[in-house]
Every structure is written in structure tokens, then in C-alpha cells.
Design a protein around this ligand. Structure first.
Ligand SMILES: [Zn+2]
Length: 257
């Protein structure tokens, strides 16, 4: 709501080129959120603690040292508060980067499997996936605001919705209607790209750690999240950001052959 209010304010203040200012403001906001999300938003709902001393930490330390990833960037989150799903993710940029492991993951997986899953997340970082997706989403945002400016300044669209001249509000509604098919197509492209990143992160984990542990870890995670093992290929192509489990396992096994 605050961001939309800001966009409206830019529109009244800057006119035709308001979309450039809006793009800039939203970009600043998303970079800020990407950096501080873990520090500002996550603590409202969950507790994050640094990894405890012990056998798991030692194993992770050995792996992290090998690939050059700082151990103090690894946290455990109390995901069990709300869900039985086990997961891990990479978040943040630059000095604010961290890998977050769910406590459920630590309860369900063996230590080797946890290191393998962590290796996958570190792979996303090492292959610069997080940085690249940030850049792509900024570009996407720019295109979105530019298209939006075409709709807002177009009298014909406002007239089609009952206005007598170009209105910001009617332009916004017209844009929302016209953008949804564009968004579907862009989403397919993003998913194709995201799936190739997943294969790359899996390959990183297999190469620098051990594919077998990643396979058994992924199996446990997908049981927990009740994921579909055999989605329809077309459905998977359009909607899946991650390849289905059997495809990932096949690809990991091929690396070791
Ligand atoms: Zn991944």
C-alpha cells in the first residue's frame, strides 16, 4: 500500500516519466529487503540461532572450509513451530548473506544428508544465482513499470472502462487485466531458468560433497512436503520452479557415472 501510494505520488509529481522514479524506488526497496529480510522480518515470526557446537557443525565446517563459505553465515530456524516441512534456503546479499536450515531438517536428515542439502544452497550462492535473480527481477520490474506507464497515459483504455479521459486508477485496472497473460509467459521463462539453476546447485553439491547423500536427503524432504513425483510434463514445464524429484535424482546420478 505504501509503495502504491508512492507510485501515485510520483505520477502526480513527475508526469509521463513517473515510471522511472517508481522503478528506482521499488528497486531500492527490494535490494534493501533482500539484504535485511532475515534480520528485520523473519524474527517477527521465527527464531534464528547460529549453528550449535557438535558433530554436525564439525562436518559442516569441513565442507564450508573446502568451498570457502563462512560458517557464521549458517543459521537454524525454528520452522517446526508451524510446519512439519523440512527445508533450507539461501538468503541475502553480500555481507548479509546466510544459509538457513530448518530445525525439522536437522531432526529428520542424517548429518551427511544435511551437509549435502547445505552444499546445494551454497551452490546457489557460488553459481551467483541469488545475485542474478535479483538483477533479472529489477529488469522485469522496469519493463512492468514502463508497460504500466503506457496504460496509465492511454485515454482509450480509460474510456473503454467508462472514463472520459486517461485516469491513473482506470489505467491501473486495465494494466492488471492486460498484464496477467504477459505475467504467465514471463513466469514460464523464470521457471525454466530456475529449474536449470536447481540442476546446477545439485551438480555443485554432488561435485564438492556427495551426490548419494543429496539424493537420500531430497527424498526425505519430498516425503515431508508430499510433493508430486510424477507431475504432468506440461504442468511441470509451466508451473514448477524446481524439477520433480525423479528428474533431479537422474541428473545427480549421471554426474557420478
Ligand atoms: Zn535450490
Amino acid at each position: 500500500g505504501v509503495l502504491l501510494a508512492l507510485v501515485v505520488w510520483f505520477y502526480t509529481w513527475a508526469g509521463t516519466y513517473f515510471w522511472l522514479y517508481a522503478w528506482g524506488a521499488v528497486t531500492l526497496f527490494s535490494v534493501f529487503m533482500a539484504m535485511f529480510y532475515s534480520q528485520l522480518i523473519v524474527p517477527l515470526f521465527n527464531k534464528q540461532t547460529p549453528l550449535q557446537e557438535g558433530a554436525l557443525r564439525d562436518k559442516i565446517q569441513a565442507f564450508a572450509g573446502k568451498v570457502g563459505f563462512k560458517l557464521d553465515n549458517i543459521y537454524v530456524i525454528d520452522g517446526s513451530k508451524r510446519s512439519t516441512k523440512a527445508n533450507a534456503y539461501f538468503t541475502g546479499l553480500g555481507p548479509k548473506k546466510r544459509v538457513v536450515l530448518y530445525d525439522t531438517l536437522i531432526d529428520e536428515l542424517t548429518e551427511e544428508e544435511i551437509v549435502a542439502v547445505l552444499a546445494h544452497e551454497v551452490g546457489h550462492y557460488k553459481k551467483r544465482h541469488t545475485l542474478r535473480s535479483m538483477v533479472v527481477s529489477v529488469i522485469q520490474m522496469g519493463v512492468l513499470f514502463w508497460l504500466f506507464s503506457l496504460c496509465v497515459n492511454n485515454a482509450a483504455l480509460s474510456e473503454a472502462l467508462g472514463g472520459d479521459r486517461a485516469y491513473f486508477q482506470l489505467g491501473l485496472i486495465a494494466f492488471a487485466i492486460l498484464y496477467s497473460p504477459v505475467n504467465l509467459i514471463l513466469g514460464v521463462g523464470m521457471n525454466v531458468w530456475s529449474r536449470s539453476n536447481e540442476y546446477e546447485a545439485d551438480a555443485f553439491a554432488a561435485r564438492y560433497y556427495e551426490g548419494g547423500y543429496l539424493v537420500s536427503g531430497l527424498k526425505k524432504i519430498s516425503v515431508k512436503s508430499l510433493s508430486n513425483l510424477t507431475p504432468h510434463p506440461l504442468y511441470e514445464y509451466i508451473y514448477y520452479s524446481h524439477p520433480s524429484l525423479l528428474k533431479r535424482i537422474d541428473a545427480i546420478k549421471r554426474i557420478h557415472e
